[in-house]
Design a protein around this ligand. Sequence first.
Ligand code: 5GP
Length: 184
Amino acid sequence: MTYRIAELKEYISREALQQRVAELGAQISRDYAGQDLVLVAVLKGSVVFLSDLMRYITVPHSVDFMATSSYGNSTESSGVVRIVKDLSMSITGRNVLIVEDIIDTGHTLHYLLRILNERGPSAIHVVTLLDKKERREVAIEVDYVGFEIPNAFVVGYGLDFNEYYRNLPAIFVPKEGFFQGETD
Ligand code: 5GP
């Protein structure tokens, strides 16, 4: 299998990503100074963002993971969300910061907030690298946004197409015809 890089257009460069993630890390570090913090990353898309972001957060914090299913292998949201992997630690009485790769319709985050709020955290906030605000179907509050983007399917920096392309260091938009092509 080879990546069809020629059919991708760079949308957010590696440098722009690093600069914005550093800014988010600095802002989060200021906001959580002197407080306990646990980062809850949503697998798999947010792992690349998390690994950069956590190195820019200077306050002590722990990290945990959850996995939800929403998209399957398609590029359209089904609106149906379920937990595939749960946290390994208790969040009761803790300050939780959910780390998301991208918020689209908002169903995933809405569901996560409901589930996690039932566990009695002292507070839950949200950071997302990308926000497709115009696509929102449920109202949710997002505290930190890396980039607001229009309604386009994007890959790279953790985001996949059929589980591939997560390792690309920048964010790309597939050009016309990409989705009709072979993936192997
Ligand atoms: P929501 O529940 O907000 O509609 O969808 C959130 C999830 O859908 C994200 O965590 C991500 O897995 C997936 N998703 C939404 N938009 C995109 C996109 O443009 N590219 C990729 N690769 N995944 C997306």
